[in-house]
Design a protein around this ligand. Structure first.
Ligand code: DC
Length: 236
């Protein structure tokens, strides 16, 4: 069943609701910034990477490789993905299971990048993502939000940072739950960046009309303020 529902939307009543996209490579700060931005605007926040990760998690559990299109097609056919807001923030429910934590494991992260290069997976999730945008007042975070999924978005950002800075941030973010060294995180990130930006379909790149922000020397608040400035909202 191809369904994706949103529970408990929030709206900012004082401005026309917008569809905002934030693309960029791993470790650029997209997730933190998107969450804060969505909170400030009272918008919904959609982490589209989580959708690719959920497909990867299920493929991993069922022993389906990233090259097995027939297996992936069967998997997607019965896949239900729902974002639910609860006391622990927004959770991703996949076929009735909360997969928000297991999808963060390093092997699932690498597999997510591999399955995201398969056209049938992208096509399946394209539909899921567009359905989630039926109502505006939403921040979509991903790799191809501004280029492929929402070319008509009201405002598009591309968040980048120097590769070393991103590796350090990512390593800190993983909180060593995974036991990965900084070097291992850096190598995984570089492999993933390369794969995500060189794949044939919907590679990672800024949309022609995206506002590019280099966050190397900025803290989170500065990035959020910069985004709000472009959106035309008062800053904190
Ligand atoms: O944002 P993330 O690290 O959770 O994304 C995991 C992988 O999913 C990433 O390596 C590439 C893929 N992805 C994608 O291809 N398109 C998106 N819109 C989001 C993620």
């Amino acid at each position: 069943m191809l369904t994706a529902l949103w529970v408990e939307p929030h709206w900012n009543l004082f401005m026309k609701p917008l569809l905002i996209t934030i693309d960029g490579p791993a470790g650029a700060g997209k997730t933190t910034v998107s969450r804060i931005l969505a909170d400030r605007l009272a918008y919904r926040y959609i982490d589209t990477g989580a959708l690719y990760r959920a497909v990867a998690l299920l493929a991993h559990r069922r022993g389906i490789s990233a090259q097995d299109d027939a297996g992936l097609a069967l998997l997607c056919r019965d896949l239900t993905l729902t974002f639910v807001r609860g006391p622990n923030g927004v959770r991703l429910i996949c076929n009735e299971e909360d997969v928000s934590d297991p999808i963060r494991q390093p092997d699932i992260t690498m597999l997510a990048s591999a399955v995201s290069a398969r056209p049938l997976v992208r096509l399946f999730l394209l539909e899921v993502q567009r359905r989630l945008a039926k109502e505006k007042g939403v921040v979509f975070e991903g790799r191809d939000m501004g280029t492929e999924v929402f070319p008509e978005a009201d405002i598009k950002f591309f968040l980048d940072a120097a590769s070393d800075t991103r590796a350090v941030r990512r390593h800190r973010e993983l909180d060593n739950d995974t036991g990965q060294s900084l070097d291992a995180v850096r190598q995984d990130m570089q492999r993933r960046d390369h794969a995500d930006s060189t794949r044939t379909l919907a590679p990672l790149r800024p949309a022609a009309d995206a506002i590019i922000i280099d966050s190397t020397n900025m803290d989170i608040e500065q990035v959020v303020d910069t985004l709000l400035g472009h959106i035309g909202e008062p800053r904190a």
